[in-house]
Write a protein that binds this ligand. Structure first.
Ligand SMILES: NC(=O)c1ccc[n+]([C@@H]2O[C@H](COP(=O)([O-])OP(=O)(O)OC[C@H]3O[C@@H](n4cnc5c(N)ncnc54)[C@H](OP(=O)(O)O)[C@@H]3O)[C@@H](O)[C@H]2O)c1
Length: 341
């Protein structure tokens, strides 16, 4: 079967990777359309040996699109995804707009592909990139011994905040990089150029506020981690606490996890369960640099957490643009193929 595909947000980091992955993975594309904001309309983007002109997504006629891969932010998705779905397309959306809608499946194919059987709005949601990195490991531990409580601390890369986040890190590294040894001794905020994307300087720094402040002192990213992991794992009452930290890393989100299991699971058994689970690989020292550009999430530092009964501690890391966004969306599209009209 061949599919008429639209990539919405095609000029962005995630959209660009989606374009590459569709080609690399030989997705059966009958026809391709690239869409973005009016700013990019008319731009030419490569596709195979040819180029495709970017359309303004707000002016688009969605007729004839079978599959629309969206990565253009929540406000645009809220308006545009229903237009594409009404015209008969199945939408796979990367933003937060639809993830917690009870009529929209939130899918990690290795964990809950069967949810794709019920998508009454014609929209399927892709999880937040931090949740995405942690969920395959959490699913493996859930299956091995049951999950009672999860405590997470994240170390999130700047590319998770879009191309503008990467540009801000690069600008700051350029401005203060050569002076960092000298500045490190007396604090150096004044030496940095103004920050726009992050709430504090991000180069050579760690900022414990990712996303925006939400109710009860938690951030939007922390709420997403709790709500989305509960929904994907099918454990609505799971106790989850998370602290999200943005770090001066380009790509690769790391999550330190402390889990309390329902029953005892030895470290060796846990490592075996994690190694068996699809989509991840157990390594000695998982780092963002090692994970960047790879499809698999990396798991390591698995050890007993002696502070609780049946406790385990581990570290997971994954490429937030790849498995955290574009790859998972394309994998959802692959799983949807038999269900497309
Ligand atoms: N970065 C990640 O790790 C990650 C992970 C999971 C999910 N996501 C989600 O994926 C989306 C894109 O992320 P990104 O990193 O690719 O961002 P990005 O590099 O800043 O690209 C944003 C894309 O969205 C388009 N866009 C922005 N506003 C639009 C509008 N009003 N109407 C139509 N198109 C619009 C942009 O088009 P123009 O070029 O014309 O401005 C561009 O193609 C976001 O929803 C984000 O939440 C990102």
């Amino acid at each position: 079967m061949s599919v008429r595909v639209a990539v919405v947000g095609a000029t962005g980091q995630v959209g660009g990777l989606m374009r590459s992955l569709l080609a690399e993975r030989s997705f059966p594309v009958a026809e391709i359309r690239f869409l973005a904001s009016s700013r990019s309309a008319g731009t030419l983007l490569p596709w195979g040996d040819d180029h495709v002109e970017v359309e303004d997504a707000w002016q688009a006629d969605w007729e004839g699109v079978d599959l629309a891969l969206f990565s253009c932010g929540a406000p645009a998705s809220r308006e545009l995804a229903p237009r594409a779905a009404a015209a008969g397309a199945v939408v796979v959306d990367n933003s937060s707009a639809w993830r917690m809608d009870p009529e929209v499946p939130l899918v990690v194919p290795e964990v809950n592909a069967s949810e794709l059987d019920r998508a009454p709005k014609g929209i399927v949601a892709n999880p937040n990139c931090t949740t995405m990195v942690a969920v395959p490991a959490l699913a493996a531990l859930r299956d091995a011994a049951g999950l009672r409580r999860v405590v997470a601390a994240t170390y999130q890369a700047v590319s998770g905040a879009g191309g503008a986040g990467v540009a801000e890190l690069v600008e700051q590294v350029g401005k203060v990089g050569e002076r960092v040894g000298e500045l490190a001794f007396d604090g150096c905020s004044a030496a940095y150029p103004a920050h726009r994307v992050f709430p504090a300087p991000i180069a050579f720094n760690a900022v414990p506020l990712a996303g925006s402040m939400a109710e009860g002192g938690e951030t939007s990213e922390e709420l997403k981690f709790r709500n989305e992991s509960r929904k994907i794992l099918g454990l609505p009452g799971l106790a989850v606490s998370c602290t999200c930290v943005r770090v001066g890393v380009a790509t690769g989100h790391m999550v330190a996890l402390n889990v309390e299991l329902e029953s005892a699971l030895g470290v060796e058994e846990a490592v075996a369960a994690l190694a068996r689970a699809p989509g991840q690989r157990v390594v000695g020292l998982p780092t963002p640099l090692l994970a960047a550009g790879r499809d698999d999430c990396l798991v390591g530092r698995v050890r007993r957490d002696p502070s609780v009964e049946n406790g385990l501690a581990l570290v997971v890391v994954g490429d937030n643009l790849r498995k955290g966004a574009a790859l998972n969306a394309v994998q959802i599209a692959e799983a949807l193929l038999p269900r497309l009209r």
